[in-house]
Write a protein that binds this ligand. Structure first.
Ligand SMILES: Cc1cc2nc3c(=O)[nH]c(=O)nc-3n(C[C@H](O)[C@H](O)[C@H](O)COP(=O)(O)O)c2cc1C
Length: 142
């Protein structure tokens, strides 16, 4: 499994590298670098009132077949559009939402994503689940 991220201001890039540092041997790459191999977990952010960044869309047009799950960052500030890029991508590509995170995510978000990666990369992955975001009070509000 590879990690692929899209990031404008650095939150998702930092999250991706935090995860990669804890998942030995997992490579991490920017969407702008193009296809890095299948399968992969995509980490991206939400833009323009709940939309998917065009750079993420462009990457998925070429590499979408390898997508196994999506993590989207957003900000609680955006209310019902919070991290909505995850919903859009999950629906368009029929993949599970692994996490919706506020900004760069919390330690709990990192642990959850690592647990999914461990399950997804096990020799006989069984128990792959869609994780439903249930809200929370952690993180920042801006
Ligand atoms: C112009 C603009 C629009 C945004 N729109 C949304 C949005 O609709 N929903 C949301 O949850 N976050 C939205 N955000 C917040 C970003 O998704 C959030 O800050 C994210 O962590 C950015 O990731 P990055 O630092 O990796 O680029 C928006 C941010 C900006 C600057």
């Amino acid at each position: 499994m590879h990690l692929v991220f899209d990031s404008l201001t650095g939150n998702v890039r930092r999250l991706a590298h935090r995860i990669a540092a804890r998942a030995a041997g997992m490579d991490v790459q920017d969407v702008r670098s193009g296809w890095i191999g299948d399968p992969f977990l995509l980490l991206t952010y939400t833009f323009h009132r709940g939309d998917v960044p065009e750079s993420t869309r462009a990457f998925l047009r070429g590499a979408g077949r390898g997508l196994r799950g999506v993590v989207a960052s957003g900000s609680y500030h955006w209310g019902t559009n919070f991290a909505r890029a995850a919903d859009v991508i999950a629906a368009e590509h029929a993949v599970p939402i692994i996490a919706k995170v506020n900004k760069g995510g919390t330690d709990a978000d990192v642990a959850l994503i690592l647990a999914w990666l461990a399950s997804a990369t096990a020799p006989n992955p069984t128990n792959l689940q869609t994780v439903t975001f249930t809200g929370g009070t952690h993180g920042t509000l801006d």
